[in-house]
Design a binder for this molecule. Structure first.
Ligand SMILES: [Zn+2]
Length: 117
């Protein structure tokens, strides 16, 4: 049995989209990312499965979510960098601790890069 509440805790509340010089825009991840669906009600989103694995420099979590409005399934893919690339400069730089979030459809096809978390 997968605990739905635990899965919800894995999903960041917000992602940030870079607007170049205008800073960052914050968007809620409590929404359906499937085409033609405008569900933004977390009560109608049911996370039901997760996959976790590691790639060379990334930790990846995939959260499968069922949307009860369009009855579709989509996947939030959360990528966290494990190591920060070293700058070629000698001076210390702020470590970049950043995750990337993507939306995928049920078959793993990309619906696009949502933003950073
Ligand atoms: Zn939907």
């Amino acid at each position: 049995m997968v605990d739905e509440e635990d899965l919800r805790d894995l999903i960041p509340s917000y992602a940030y989209i870079s607007l170049a010089r205008r800073g960052m825009e914050k968007i809620s991840l409590d929404q359906c990312f499937l085409k033609d669906c405008d569900n933004q009600d977390p009560k109608l989103l049911e996370p039901f499965k997760k996959e976790e694995y590691e790639e060379e420099k990334k930790e990846i979590k995939k959260i499968y979510i069922k949307c009860k409005k369009c009855n579709g399934i989509f996947i939030l893919k959360l990528e966290t960098l494990k190591y920060v690339a070293k700058s070629t400069k000698d001076e210390e730089e702020e470590p970049l601790s950043m995750g990337l979030v993507y939306a995928l459809d049920e078959n793993g096809n990309s619906l696009g890069h949502i933003g950073y978390f």
